[in-house]
Design a protein around this ligand. Structure first.
Ligand SMILES: Cc1cc2nc3c(=O)[nH]c(=O)nc-3n(C[C@H](O)[C@H](O)[C@H](O)COP(=O)(O)OP(=O)(O)OC[C@H]3O[C@@H](n4cnc5c(N)ncnc54)[C@H](O)[C@@H]3O)c2cc1C
Length: 423
């Protein structure tokens, strides 16, 4: 579905956003807030005749507060710029979505984005201490502050994190930073069966090691990545794990040795430990380029993010493989194995209506199974347009009613991102 907006506005200041929203609210003009447009659930797609309110020009880093370990930024700053500015102050901003070179921090907060380091460090929500939000009325609200503890009233900040542009426009973000890990060790392990990779992940966690990265690629994805990035990945395997440990150098050395041993004990075909930073970056590129690599091989790529409790991961991966066979579809799967967050990626062609029908049926089965296993329909990409039909089944009647009531209270005229998240 493609629809043209009525206009596109690039805001520079909170005041401009406030005036635009006030006007839109008076005239009942739909407003679709947009960062870099890298979202994967259709949240920033224009609705017909709307105002696209783009925040990419609000790109100032307003403060790095070393005493309180915080950074205050405007929403158009990219995730990488946030991470670089933190590093410059010898601090660390951990959330690292695969899109971090271009995604905006405003988009990250609106989607509560995760990343490759989620297992150890959590997701965007864990690093947001405060927000400035413009409500549809044009009123400007601050929620949160630099206090480590603050329980005054409802946590409004948390309501806006992950609200996908449906409740307000985020115009400033107060981020929590942490001390920088001293060192990082990267390794890649390959397996002849996906089960063995999944069992290795369980064994690592059972050994009470929480690596900062525990990612996997399946055979289809490994071949596409190698074709694309020429990293020198082993191709005679069914699954590849990318594992990174970071922190104090003594701890990292110990964890890395233990994980290498666990990989071998669980039948790894090969364990390759990066000798230096350049090799570590190359190996990490294998995972970071997975989506782009898969996107090259078919006219249409549909990336999903069904997520299950870690204990159900092996079962869910097998289920996706069976669904691919049942519907005769090509699916490459990769993802955040340590988080139970899978990215089954359909390699298809939207012009082929019959195949698209099979894709839709396959989706339904995958989401139903994720819910049945105690998981969720989206671990990090949000509901947007793509998942709105699945949300009621996942959330249930009472939660849906409360969510609708919140939306109606904050945006009674329904101008913000209409048609997204709710059917
Ligand atoms: C190659 C690739 C890799 C990716 N990897 C990951 C990953 O590892 N983890 C992950 O979680 N996601 C990932 N994504 C998805 C995407 O990058 C994230 O959802 C990202 O946070 C979107 O940021 P954006 O600036 O592009 O936002 P957009 O796509 O422009 O917008 C996303 C949503 O946020 C809303 N929004 C944007 N800015 C604001 C604002 N200032 N105020 C209120 N609402 C706003 C929009 O209305 C929309 O609903 C990936 C995407 C790609 C293309």
């Amino acid at each position: 579905m493609s629809q043209m907006p009525g206009c596109v506005v690039f805001a520079n200041t909170t005041d401009e956003v406030a005036k635009l929203l006030q006007l839109a609210n008076e005239k009942r003009i739909a407003v679709v807030t947009r960062g870099s447009g890298t979202g994967l659930s259709g949240g920033s797609l224009p609705v017909g005749g709307c105002m696209v309110l783009c925040t990419v020009k609000m790109q100032k880093i307003l403060e790095v507060d070393r005493a309180n370990l915080t950074m205050t930024v405007e929403p158009g700053v990219t995730t990488l710029q946030v991470a670089d500015a933190a590093a410059l102050a010898n601090l660390f901003y951990p959330p690292d979505p695969g899109s971090m070179k271009i995604s905006t921090i405003g988009g990250n907060v609106a989607e509560n984005s995760g990343g490759l380091r989620g297992l150890k460090y959590g997701v965007t929500r864990n690093y947001v201490m405060g927000l400035e939000v413009v409500l549809p009325t044009g009123e400007v609200m601050w929620t949160g502050n630099k206090c480590v503890k603050d329980v005054a009233g409802y946590s409004m900040r948390d309501l806006f994190i992950g609200s996908e542009g449906t409740l307000g426009v985020i115009t400033k973000i107060l981020l929590r930073l942490i001390p920088k890990p001293q060192v990082k060790r990267t390794m890649v392990a390959t397996f002849d069966r996906m089960d063995r990779a999944a069992e290795t992940v369980s064994a690592i966690i059972a050994a009470q090691i929480i690596p900062c990265t525990l990612e996997f690629l399946d055979r289809t994805t490994i071949h596409c990545v190698e074709d694309y990035a020429k990293i020198g990945l082993p191709l005679d395997c069914e699954a590849l794990l990318l594992i990174e440990s970071d922190g104090h150098h003594a701890v990292v050395a110990d964890e890395a040795a233990q994980m290498e041993r666990i990989c071998r004990e669980n039948g790894a075909l090969e364990v390759r430990v990066a000798k230096d930073d350049a090799e570590a970056t190359r190996l990490a590129t294998a995972r970071r380029s997975a989506f782009s690599a898969l996107a090259r091989v078919a006219p249409t790529t549909i990336l999903e993010d069904a997520t299950v409790p870690r204990s159900e991961l092996a079962r869910m991966i097998r289920y996706v493989e069976n669904v691919a066979k049942k519907y005769q579809l090509k699916i490459g799967t990769f993802g955040h194995m340590g988080d139970g967050n899978l990215h089954p990626t359909f390699l298809t062609d939207e012009r082929n209506k019959e195949e698209m029908h099979r894709v839709e049926e396959a989706f339904k089965e995958i989401f139903d199974e994720a819910i049945r296993l105690g998981g969720t329909i989206t671990g990090e990409h949000g509901v947007g347009l793509a998942k709105k039909h699945f949300l009621p089944k996942f959330a249930g009647d009472v939660q849906m009613r409360v969510m609708r009531q919140l939306k109606e209270t904050l945006d009674p005229k329904g101008i913000l991102n209409p048609g997204k998240m709710f059917e």
